[in-house]
Design a protein around this ligand. Structure first.
Ligand SMILES: *Cc1c(COP(=O)(O)O)cnc(C)c1O
Length: 368
């Protein structure tokens, strides 16, 4: 073995554009603020609970998840963000040289985590404006070690239909393939798979407190599956990955009965509708979103250019130029004061760069 690892040569450190801007709608975090119960608990713990190690496998968070969703604690695993749970699940279900099958585009960390673990990615294109994804056999039929489905999907916002999911799960089960269902945005959707995950043999449903709960800075993720799947992921993850502060704060947020999260979710869903309507009035047709963000095509003007011009006006979004599929920007849903500023900047950028909305002629902009 040579050092550095030859298969790490193409790997780079993740460098998000975090230049501060007045209105940051780039990372789908909660613009309504952090969960107050978590915020309170975090201050209490910081005062008297940090000289000792936390529980090895985040017992408080595990018990809170079990209580909240009515599953046995043995079906729950946790991690330092759901990225950490994904990473551990990859290691638990595959060895270097293995494969992960996904839809394309999907969560950008997936190809990075695959590379870090010596896995290759088999990606099947899904145009979110064209209806449901290609048949599940295109993912499962290549005999991957792992199938990863993000539902609702990041960056498109679209949720694969339930019938498509049933078909995928049945095919994967027959082959013994582990299916990871990433529900980072399921809080904003109409349905989920978490509640039935523990009844299936090789399914793991992942959640995070980084989005609806407003706790991205604390790095808290969890997942539910069969006791065997949860145990194997715990083993590959190792102990002490969730800090005492994160463990207690997450448990407080998940078991809180004030209705704070439900209220934020309701507001987010409402503002999603408002943003979609405002874009439609301008002639744009966003991809149907079940998440707290919206993807909108920007004609033939490179999305990175639109992003740059928006940033110059104090507004951050995320550009996605996916070859052969779409050229678009992803906008995080936020309170109206922030969306209003986005829309003003977007109008000015569209005029300046000559962005043609969907429906107008021009490459990438025409609707089929
Ligand atoms: C934001 C996000 C996560 C959350 O990751 P954390 O590590 O928990 O912050 C997971 N999956 C997807 C698809 C995301 O967009």
């Amino acid at each position: 073995m040579t050092f550095p690892r030859p298969d790490y040569e193409a790997l780079e450190r993740y460098l998000p554009n975090r230049t501060p801007v007045a209105v940051d709608l780039s990372d789908n975090t909660n613009l309504w603020g952090p969960h107050p119960a978590a915020d309170r608990t975090l201050r209490e713990i910081a005062e008297n609970g940090i000289t000792r190690y936390p529980s090895a496998y985040a017992d408080r968070l595990r018990d809170a998840v079990a209580e909240r969703f009515g599953v046995d604690a043995s079906c729950v695993t946790t991690g330092c963000g759901s990225d950490d749970v994904l990473d551990s699940a990859f290691r638990a279900a595959s060895a270097p040289g293995g494969t992960v099958a996904t839809l394309n585009p999907t969560f950008s960390m997936i190809s990075a985590l695959a590379s870090m673990n010596g896995l290759s990615t088999h990606a099947v294109d899904w145009d979110p404006w064209a209806g449901p994804p290609p048949p599940p056999e295109e993912l499962v039929g290549t005999d991957p070690d792992i199938v990863y489905v993000c539902r609702p999907n990041n960056p498109t916002g679209t949720a694969a239909p339930r019938g498509w999911m049933d078909d995928l799960l049945a095919r994967a089960e027959r082959r013994g393939t582990l299916v990871l269902i990433d529900e980072a945005y399921a809080d904003f959707a109409d349905d989920d798979w978490l509640r039935t995950a523990s009844e299936r043999e090789r399914v793991l449903v992942l959640r995070t407190l980084s989005k609806a709960y407003g706790l991205a800075g604390l790095r808290i993720g969890y997942a539910v599956g069969s006791p065997t799947v949860a145990l194997e992921v715990d083993k590959s993850r190792g102990p002490y990955k969730v800090s005492a502060v994160a463990d207690a704060s997450a448990a407080a947020a998940l078991t809180d009965s004030s209705g704070w999260t439900d209220n934020v979710i309701q507001e987010s869903r409402m503002m999603r509708g408002v943003l979609v309507e405002a874009l439609r009035q301008r002639g744009f047709e966003p991809a149907p979103s079940a998440a707290n963000f919206v993807l909108v095509r920007v004609g033939s003007v490179p999305a990175a250019l639109v992003d740059g011009e928006l940033r110059a006006r104090g507004v951050a979004v995320r550009p996605f130029d996916v070859p052969g599929l779409f050229n678009a920007i992803r906008i995080t849903v936020a309170p109206w004061e922030l969306l209003e500023q986005f829309l003003a900047a977007f109008d000015s950028v569209c005029e300046g760069l000559g962005v043609e909305p969907d429906g107008a002629k021009g490459p990438g902009g025409a609707r089929p």
